[in-house]
Design a protein around this ligand. Structure first.
Ligand code: HAM
Length: 396
């Protein structure tokens, strides 16, 4: 038997129904926030990621040389594509742009719980707005997206942080800017690595960094962010946590990641500000502040199945998708053409209609109402089998 590749999923009908449910909720909330849907190609020049995503993603690229000798990659994320597209077309749109997209992404990662080699993401980005109101709006959208699945502040938390906080710190420590990215990556991994490993990598910065971890960082900007969300009744969904810096290289300001409250799963979503990426990708031709986040379907799916209220909604949606409104029994085979005419009419009106494609006769479905057993019996054996049943049960 041929098997699928590691980290790639088959979607059986119930899985497709669950996926449709997730996409429908994603789309609904993004549209509610006034975002417009867009999409880009799944294959891009490898350089787009080499230049912009940072080392971790480049190691995970599904890349190859195409028949025209081009170095290409399956997209591991959408943000570099978005920056390219916006730099090319921004003049056609009024600012700020609020764009969302739902699509499949590919990363050659070590397969583990919550991490596969393909996954779907909802991406939501706001381009051309540097005001802090956009940061609050984006995080509110991320929270509301999860709330529509029936998840509450008991189920997930948005950990927010600020790369500028760390930039100020590294400046104070007089660390040359070309070393910043390495330190930020170490801080990003610190939650997943033993303390000694992080200490060794940080060297003389280890003490001050760990002291910030222990005390929690002091940031007026992050306090204002929480206040802004509080004004919408969403403060219970967020925690300030300066340990979050994000693995991707292009972030410049606010960054955040969403986790399950129980801390059992990988990140559900992540994002932040990337005010320099569009300028860098267009060699300075177009310079626009931007921010966004992506939410993946894999960990979200795990969480939805884990939390009772969310699971009920998911299961109801799956059942609803696969249900039929009307099943037409064709009692007389000679009348099949008439039945088909009516079936056609019912379907034209939007009913979900099913019927047997071939004659059920000469077989009959018999059901023993006492035992609830069902069996198919050939038509000419019906009398015999009924007689046998009454003899055996002796009930006359
Ligand atoms: P990211 O944190 O790399 O961010 O991915 C976002 C989400 O996608 C993760 O939180 C996770 O749920 C899901 N995800 C990522 N990799 C995998 C995987 N191998 N298997 C399953 N799920 C995965 C970005 O991609 C940024 N481009 C987000 C962004 C948009 N920033 C600004 N705009």
């Amino acid at each position: 038997m041929m098997q699928s590749l590691p980290g790639f999923r088959d979607f059986l009908p119930d899985d497709c129904a669950a996926r449709n449910y997730i996409f429908a909720r994603w789309r609904e909330v993004a549209l509610c926030y006034g975002f417009n849907e867009w999409d880009g190609p799944v294959l891009e020049p490898t350089d787009l990621y080499r230049k912009k995503s940072g080392a971790e993603i480049v190691d995970q690229l599904f890349n190859f040389t195409d028949k025209g000798e081009r170095e290409v990659s399956m997209r591991p994320e959408l943000t570099p594509t978005l920056a390219r597209v916006v730099a090319a077309h921004e003049r056609a749109f009024k600012k700020p742009l609020k764009w969302f997209s739902i699509g499949q992404f590919f990363r050659y990662e070590k397969q583990q719980r919550g991490r596969l080699r393909e996954h779907y993401q909802l991406n939501c980005d706001i381009i051309g707005e540097s005001d802090f109101a956009a940061d609050i709006e984006l995080i509110a959208l991320c929270i509301d997206t999860l709330r529509t699945f029936g998840l509450t502040e008991k189920d997930f938390v948005v950990r927010i942080s600020d790369r500028e906080f760390w930039a100020d710190f590294l400046r104070q420590q007089k660390l040359p800017t070309e070393k910043w990215e390495e330190v930020l990556q170490t801080i990003d991994k610190s939650g997943r690595e033993p303390r000694e490993t992080t200490e060794a990598k940080l060297g003389k910065l280890a003490d001050p960094v760990f002291s910030i971890f222990d005390k929690g960082g002091d940031s007026g900007k992050l306090d204002r962010l929480v206040d802004g969300l509080g004004a919408r009744g969403l403060a219970g969904f967020v925690d300030v946590d300066v340990r979050i810096v994000r693995g991707l290289a292009y972030y410049t300001g606010t960054v955040f990641e969403v986790f399950d409250r129980a801390g059992k799963l990988r990140a559900i979503a992540g994002g932040g500000r990337y005010d320099n990426l569009i300028g860098q990708l267009s060699d300075g031709a177009v310079s626009m502040p931007a921010l966004g986040f992506a939410m993946g379907d894999v960990v979200l799916g795990e969480l939805l199945r884990d939390r009772a209220a969310a699971r009920e909604k998911l299961e109801a949606a799956v059942n609803d998708q696969n249900k039929i409104d009307i099943y037409v029994v064709i009692a007389k085979e000679q009348r099949r053409p008439d039945a088909l005419e009516q079936i056609q009419e019912l379907r034209d009106r939007g009913y979900r209609v099913d019927y047997p494609l071939t004659a059920e006769w000469p077989q009959v479905k018999a059901k023993n109402l006492a035992t609830r057993e069902e069996s198919l019996i050939a038509g000419d054996a019906l009398l015999d089998s009924v007689a046998k049943f009454f003899n055996v049960s002796g009930s006359g």
